[in-house]
Write a protein that binds this ligand. Structure first.
Ligand SMILES: [Zn+2]
Length: 180
């Protein structure tokens, strides 16, 4: 997605109007025009990132810190039971957002939100293989951070390990991933 065509970049640069509840140099919080519940806010990094894994760690820490504060303001002002913080590429059903967003979704007793899933059956050996695959990837992410120039860690997974078939990431990460 080119940044000049991204609706969230246009909201951030005020080319598209929105109900702004929060703004600073890096981040904007606006009311979602298709709210899941009363007070549903989307927190938009002003700089275009395709997903949260592209956001440098220092910016991300600031981003979630502000999102938490705005979530707390929603709790105080609208008195829901809770405010969920959700990262998802799915904006509304069938519509995928091109821009990294955190949703702040107030929950009420009578809301119609349903996050319940059907638990998947998994063998002990599958759990162990998955555990090892993720732990191994974490080591690669850490190693990538100490090498200069660092490459996106998820692209460094080359060989299948621990009996788990290699799966290419479904997301496109074009910028350096900064973690740990
Ligand atoms: Zn954008």
């Amino acid at each position: 997605m080119e940044e000049e065509k991204c609706v969230f970049c246009m909201i951030a640069s005020k080319k598209v109007p929105a109900k702004e509840v929060y703004e600073d140099q890096m981040i904007m919080g606006v009311l979602d025009i298709n709210p899941a519940s009363k007070g549903h806010v989307i927190m938009i990094p002003k700089k275009h990132y395709n997903n949260i894994y592209e956001i440098p760690q220092d910016e991300f820490l600031q981003y979630v810190s502000v999102a938490r504060a705005v979530g707390y303001a929603i709790l105080l002002s609208l008195a829901p039971n809770n405010v969920e913080m959700l990262y998802t590429k799915e904006l509304t059903k069938g519509s995928i957002t091109p821009h990294a967003l955190i949703h702040l979704i107030p929950r009420y007793n009578d809301d119609t939100i349903n996050h319940v899933w059907q638990p998947q059956k998994m063998e002990e050996s599958d759990f162990v293989a998955i555990e090892n695959a993720i732990k191994s990837a974490i080591e690669k992410v850490k190693a990538a951070e100490t090498q200069k120039p660092a490459k996106p860690a998820v692209e460094e997974q080359k060989k299948p390990e621990n009996g788990v078939k290699e799966v290419k990431p479904q997301i496109n990460i074009s910028r350096k991933v900064v973690v740990f």
